[in-house]
Design a protein around this ligand. Structure first.
Ligand code: CU
Length: 150
């Protein structure tokens, strides 16, 4: 499902290359989510409900992803021993996975179109990597934020 949204997003991105670049505000996304080490910033942070396009814009230097989950707060998300979000545990925790855009390379962006009901959504990157023998969870490092839908 997200694959199709990604393909559309990439086509828009390619078409915009050389004209205005990718990720400019004029591409029609309702929310632009900036991803970097290790911050997730939605702009705006509050939008109205309905079918909305969300652009995940990797402005950092590493590959990131954007996962959208419906939960009252970040602390509702179940985590595993690495400090990463345990997406397998969503149902038991009453958290709903809405959509995700994976493998967004540095300077790249992907777009999702999602139906958003009023409430709180948690936006995070759930990449876990090994760095010099240590496990680094992007979520645990701070790649999480919330989006309010009214
Ligand atoms: Cu990340």
């Amino acid at each position: 499902m997200w694959f199709r949204a990604v393909a559309v997003g990439s086509a828009v991105c390619l078409a915009a290359l050389g004209v205005a670049g990718c990720g400019d505000d004029d591409d029609g996304a309702d929310v632009k989510v900036s991803l970097s080490e290790f911050i997730v910033t939605p702009e705006p942070a509050s939008i109205e409900s309905g079918s909305r396009t969300i652009e995940a814009d990797n402005v950092g230097g590493e590959t990131h992803e954007l996962v959208i989950a419906k939960a009252d707060s970040t602390s509702d998300l179940p985590t595993d021993e690495d400090g990463a979000v345990d997406e397998e545990g969503f149902e038991a925790a009453g958290v709903e996975l809405v959509d995700e855009a994976e493998d967004i390379a540095a300077d790249d962006s992907k777009e999702l179109t999602v139906d958003l009901e009023p409430g709180t959504y948690v936006l995070f990157c759930n990449i876990v990597e090994e760095e010099e023998g240590e496990t680094v969870s992007h979520f645990a490092e701070g790649m999480v934020n919330t989006l309010r839908v009214t």
